[in-house]
Design a binder for this molecule. Sequence first.
Ligand SMILES: N[C@@H](CCC(=O)N[C@@H](CS)C(=O)NCC(=O)O)C(=O)O
Length: 223
Amino acid sequence: MIVVHHLENSRSQRILWLLEELALPYELRLYRRDPETMLAPAALRAVHPLGKSPVISDGERVVAESAVIIEYLLDHYGEGRLRPAPATPAYDDYRYWLHFAEGSVMPYLVMKLVFRKVETGPMPFFVRPIARRIAAEVGRQFIDPNVQQIVAYIDVWLQQHRWFAGEELSAADIQMSFVMEALASQEALCAPYPAVQAYVQAMRARPAYQRALQRGGPLDLQR
Ligand SMILES: N[C@@H](CCC(=O)N[C@@H](CS)C(=O)NCC(=O)O)C(=O)O
């Protein structure tokens, strides 16, 4: 039996969506974030030393890292679904977006979250003005322009492609889903990009996506 060690409100949502699209049976074990730090509980380290989510177990095998879990599940249970045939243009696009999510977007989104905490979180009063000024400048000069460039780039792609790898939904869409939800949670950022907005609506409309949210709990990426 596939067991998904699911951290609430996290990238693990991708794996639930994939399993629902594939209509595979799975057990969901829910882990709550620490309400103050938002970090995962120590119990996740009993599953994998890094204690991050998603992580799955399948018999004796433990698999971590979203894209690797996706490939593992498709290799073992996909039966050719949700992945274009290898060495085709659609497959090359599939693989690009599968890696783009964690390789090129998530680092900026995590940086944004961390620096926002520096701007708004508690700290000794004598360093506060300097720390906040630095955090704001890093956002303004480095993080925000990169995120804006990425959204514009995705929008151009989605004007020409229904899903990330072409006409058919693929697991690249599932890997990109957390990125798309994180971008969509910033309304002002996405307002000029109708293709991004239409894509997010199409993704959310899929019954399997909704079933995954029902099982795993809601995504609130503004927290
Ligand atoms: N690149 C990894 C990232 C895993 C990751 O950082 N997950 C976050 C959840 S979105 C996490 O477990 N955070 C809790 C913590 O760091 O304590 C993947 O895609 O699986």
